[in-house]
Design a protein around this ligand. Sequence first.
Ligand code: MTE
Ligand code: HPA
Ligand code: MOS
Length: 754
Amino acid sequence: MKNRDSYSHLRGESLYIDDLNTQQGTLYGLVCDAQIAHAKILDLDIVKAEALAGVVKIFTHSDVPGKNQIGGIIPDEPLLAETDIHFWGQPIAFIVAKSEAIAKKARALINIKTEALPVITTAIEAFEKGEFVCAPRTFKLGDTSKAFKNCDYIIKGNTFSNGQEHLYLETQGAYAEYHENGKIKVTSSTQGPTQVQKAVAKVLGVGMHQVEVDVIRLGGGFGGKEDQATAWAVMAALAAKTLHKPVKYVLNRHDDLRMTGKRHPYDSSFKIGLNKDLKIQAFEATFLQNSGAAADLSPAIAERTLFHATNAYNIKNVNTTVHSCKTNLPPNTAFRGFGGPQGMFVIESAIAKVAEKLNIPAFKIQEANLLQDNDVFSYGQIAMQVEAKNTWQSAINSFNFESNFKAVKKFNSKNNGVKKGISIMPICFGISFTNTPMNHARALVHIYQDGSVGFSTGAVEMGQGVNTKLQQIVMYTFGLAKEKIHIESTNTTRVANTSPSAASATADLNGKALLKACKALKERLFNVASKNLNIPDSELSFKDGKVCQNSKPTHLSWEVLIETAFLERVSLSEKAHHTTPKIYFDKSKEKGHPFAYHVYGTAISTVAVDCIRGTYEIESVKIVHDFGKSMNLNIDMGQVEGALAQGIGWMTMEEIAYDKNGRLLSNALSTYKIPDIYAMPKIIEVKVLESDGHKMALLKSKAVGEPPLMYGIGTYFAIQNAIKAFNNNYELKFDAPLTPEKVLKSLYSNAFKL
Ligand code: MTE
Ligand code: HPA
Ligand code: MOS
């Protein structure tokens, strides 16, 4: 089945916040944000701005009726700044005017007097000064100090991976309406409608029942709207509630880039120990996460870094610690992989560095340490149904790795101007919110009297295709064509208390709830059919709009059955609740079984570096991916390709830059380069791993949203290998993104002989 949105997307008919028909009298919001990264506010003068014709009101923290607080995990983030400024771009006032243009003029009239304070922009500096957003976390397995004593090789090193801008096509935004009796309805471009509802209620000082949040779809979220869609929705709601008018606020790209947080930059150090047989005996790492000025989701992201610090390898002695360092940058936030990619980059760097020292290819070390069934992760979960070796071997065989490896060597021995590099990147990614209580979802299904079906879940469609998968569930269970099924918007009034659409788990969680609701309705309808046809339930099924006996159609159509059930006063509505079984995590011991299952895969990347210019081409990325039993391979392949592009962008070209005063320099698409069609691998091949799937996945179709991003890490190491082939005095560097500028410098670093 095609993505159900493809028709309206192609025709430009799909609705986003900025497409909503605004009501008469709609007002427009605009944030006035800090133009300094760390300061005391001495004076905030809005008099001139508020006097401008067309300005309705300018809100500051003192206009908040409830709590001026939107921190999700830790209450450390004011909606509007009070006495201090903590990052460049921090919202200080919310201007509401009759047009966007007037609001913009008013913004220039606001006068803010500040007293500058020292600015911290790097995690290392924050760490040295003892500035943190929360306590550090440590995962330990075995005894690394003891293990290091018996290692044949011990290698230490440092790594840096930079942040990444989400660059969702649809910028952040919301539309808030004032309804009767003080009720507020907010249409928001958020991955977390319940988070928005909760924050609006808290800031307005009302109950959650007075706030309805509706989400049609997102023009991309990528984690950037898990937490950070909230502020704008709350501001619009605050204005709507106060002014009794509809208020719209859609950020322009500049404001969005400046005010929102990004993927966390990490400064990390590692120590790895191996024996002569190349088995990794011990691994230690310290991760300094650049959390930004408030906690946001940083504690949960830090945790996932530790969960994925050993990637797809079995290491018996592990000691990893993460520090969430408080800096004067916009609070960094969720981004596809949620800290996992940052962890995996470090272990892959450690392995690459050992390989360099031993003068052997890294894949020999990777291969010698791949995870197997019954191995224990550092967090205590026992690995089961492991596909690490399967995907690895399948990739090696299917893509003729050995002959390609030799071909690259041969090419390099004959060419000086261009050098090639090849690398292998295995991945292992845990599926479930690492915070166990979040792993639940609900669905609501109505069969209407005419046999058509409408349903709702807590899932948010953001391009990943979850709505198509959910529609498939209803089609399969009732044997109905897709035209008979309508999926409602995601709405807190229909489905309440939802977890955000995140952690790649949206289809699993909401789909399982939906399946449960549909199955309950099916059983109920089988009862009606059984009585009417005089056939036992066990012989019944639904197919192509008919009730079937032993898979053969009877005379009873779906429509007649529904009409009959309705006349017999049988309920045609059902809701269901799903929770992931078996998972738990004990934070006091840092041990448990947090993941329903893991997703595996292996990517082989080949690159060609132009050794005169420092530019490179990714010749191919060939992947064997563990989809389980994919329920929609079109969509899942799209997820692999999109995630790979995003991973390559993070690792090779997307360079976020702040100056030392904390001002974003890469504040437009002229200074922030994301991959385009030319940056993509010339060849992308994705092979489906033959497997039985996993029963904890929806119809055994494994979660696919985030894991393939980490295939992009492979291109970093392929380029490193090409540089090394040109300049054998070069010492591997682990400083992502590996931009052409850095490649050029590396090609000519240290003395070397041509
Ligand atoms: N794909 C598209 N097209 N747009 C997105 O915003 N978000 C990614 C991934 N794939 C995203 C996407 C992220 S960060 C996650 S967690 C998952 O989709 C969320 O959806 P899922 O749980 O249905 O996989
Ligand atoms: N993944 C993504 N988002 C989250 C998680 C997680 O594990 N926990 C809380 N939000
Ligand atoms: Mo995805 S980073 O879990 O929204």
